[in-house]
Design a protein around this ligand. Structure first.
Ligand code: ZN
Ligand code: ZN
Length: 401
């Protein structure tokens, strides 16, 4: 079958990185670590695993960062992946045994690994907190898409433990279903610090996580003012379409002064560098997690407020004085599991099906769709989102229409 394979090789990574200084195309060339290959199907890791025919897979920002080698060798998560692996963790497909349409929960926690009894985190449904990512029937990996013995979904077929597959209700389209993974990530980030009810909250970003957060905030907390710091143009229109009350500039200086204007706060001016505020939104959901967005979020969040970081970007030095001065709570947010929404505890993806049935529609974030064979174009389209306007890019294996 055709599959998008990442081979960890220092030679290939070096060649791509050197070439990549000249052109991004070097990362998707024949010498780069990622290639579309004809590969044999891997044996099922255990009897309770199921083969799935991929219908569509979502290209994640993290896939693009990995393909473009935008990470450092000291990233702690390199301890929790195995190579080579087939990329892709956002997927909808059909079970090979029953033909049923299914949505993938990619986490390779205790259940899929056959670890019995499960660790305390998994027993509580907190799969991303699993302590057994190196144990059981699989090599080290946190989810499908970074595991050597269980391929990801950017392929004609993949396999998953039966507990990882959710039957998709008839009234939920494949396109709506494939967004369940990023929407669940944003749901978790909101549940970690729900809007306190008074004052606005700010969603920072112009990607799928940001639009999902805006739509979820409107859906779950109708009384809350939702501001979006989103790039101008089509994406600012999309922010309004999915529910933002106001769209603010995304550049740091313009954003801080815009927040000051809205809150009536006084921008404070240091001897050098950027202004900051003592009053601003009470919660900032930073879906980018770059040095620039984290620093800006700390500068504009209200004193005593909260910044939730769900984005993934390489670290760097930044000016973090407002963190202690304003006693800001900074919360990291990763993945999803069994989540409590309005007193009902179930898997985030099952909550998402309920939200869709109740009218939540995020399919306008799907901007591009490519056949798997054109994965290079797909990667560069998402990488160059500023120019292409890409938000969610989908891949479709050959033979699927
Ligand atoms: Zn993802
Ligand atoms: Zn576990």
């Amino acid at each position: 079958m055709k599959a998008l394979v990442f081979r960890h090789s220092l030679a290939r990574e070096a060649a791509a990185t050197i070439g990549g200084r000249l052109t991004r195309r070097a990362y998707v060339s024949r010498l780069a670590p990622t290639r579309l290959e004809e590969v044999p199907e891997l044996p099922l890791p255990a009897a309770d695993w199921v083969r799935v025919q991929t219908t569509i897979s979502g290209l994640c920002g993290s896939d693009v960062k990995q393909i473009l080698l935008n990470g450092a060798r000291d990233n702690p998560l390199t301890a929790l992946v195995s190579f080579p692996h087939i990329l892709g963790h956002e997927a909808v497909g059909r079970r090979a045994d029953t033909g049923a349409r299914v949505l993938l929960n990619p986490w390779l926690s205790c259940g899929p690994r056959g670890v019995e009894p499960p660790c305390a985190a998994c027993a509580a449904g907190r799969y991303p907190w699993c302590r057994e990512f190196r144990a059981g029937t699989l090599p080290v990996a946190i989810h499908l898409g970074n595991c050597a013995a269980a391929g990801g979904a950017h392929a004609e077929r993949f396999a998953a433990h039966s507990s990882q597959l959710f039957a998709i209700p008839d009234d939920v389209s494949d396109e709506a279903a494939v967004l369940a993974d990023p929407v669940s990530v944003s749901l978790r980030s909101i549940l970690l610090a729900p809007p306190p009810g008074d004052g606005p909250v700010l969603v920072y970003g112009s990607g799928t996580l940001a639009f999902a957060a805006i739509a979820l905030l409107r859906h779950l907390y109708p009384g809350t003012q939702v501001w979006a710091a989103t790039r101008s143009g089509a994406r600012s229109a999309l922010a309004v379409r999915v529910g933002a009350h106001a769209v603010l500039p995304s550049g740091p200086d313009a954003l801080v002064s815009d927040v000051a204007r809205r809150t009536g706060g006084v921008p404070l001016r240091p001897w050098s560098g950027r202004d900051w505020l003592q009053d601003g939104p009470v919660v900032v959901y930073d879906t980018i997690g770059s040095v620039q967005t984290v620093e800006t979020s700390l500068r504009l969040v209200a004193t005593g407020g909260t910044v939730v970081i769900s984005g993934v970007e390489p670290p760097k030095r930044f000016e973090w004085t407002p963190l202690y001065f304003k006693e800001v709570r900074v919360i990291g947010s990763n993945g999803f599991g069994v989540e409590d929404v309005g007193g009902v505890a179930k898997h985030a993806m099952e909550h998402y099906f309920d939200f869709v049935a109740a009218g939540l529609d995020l399919t306008p974030v799907i901007t591009h769709r490519f056949p798997l064979q054109r994965w290079r174009e797909a990667v560069l389209t998402l990488k160059n989102a500023r120019r292409t306007g890409a938000v969610k890019v989908l891949l479709q294996p050959p033979g699927v229409s």
